[in-house]
Design a protein around this ligand. Structure first.
Ligand code: ZN
Length: 101
């Protein structure tokens, strides 16, 4: 299932489309279910359709951090991305003034 064009995530100059996918799985390991994944070449961020809003929020940040790491060649490890995603989601949810200028 694909969303409208409004569901985009802009990372630097790059615009990713966000797609909600039923039963999201790893391409190389079909037995491995995923919450989310970023397709750098296609500029698509996929989120599993079964995620709660809170988990989707963190997962969106997780995949966005992978996109930031790729764009700026930061070489974030997945563990670092996982921690940063939770920390950023927490800070943004707990501090409304951190969400806008
Ligand atoms: Zn990851």
């Amino acid at each position: 299932m694909k969303n409208s064009l409004n569901d985009t995530i802009k990372i630097g100059p790059i615009i990713y489309q966000e797609h909600i996918v039923e039963d999201l799985h790893d391409d190389d390991n079909k037995g491995l279910g995923l919450y989310g994944q970023i397709r750098h070449k296609e500029k698509v961020i996929e989120l599993d359709s079964q995620l709660t809003p809170e988990v989707a929020f963190v997962t969106r940040w997780h995949e966005t951090l992978h996109g930031i790491s790729d764009l700026y060649n930061l070489k974030f490890k997945d563990e670092q991305v996982s921690i940063l995603a939770v920390v950023l989601a927490d800070v943004l949810q707990d501090n409304p003034k951190m969400r806008q200028a």
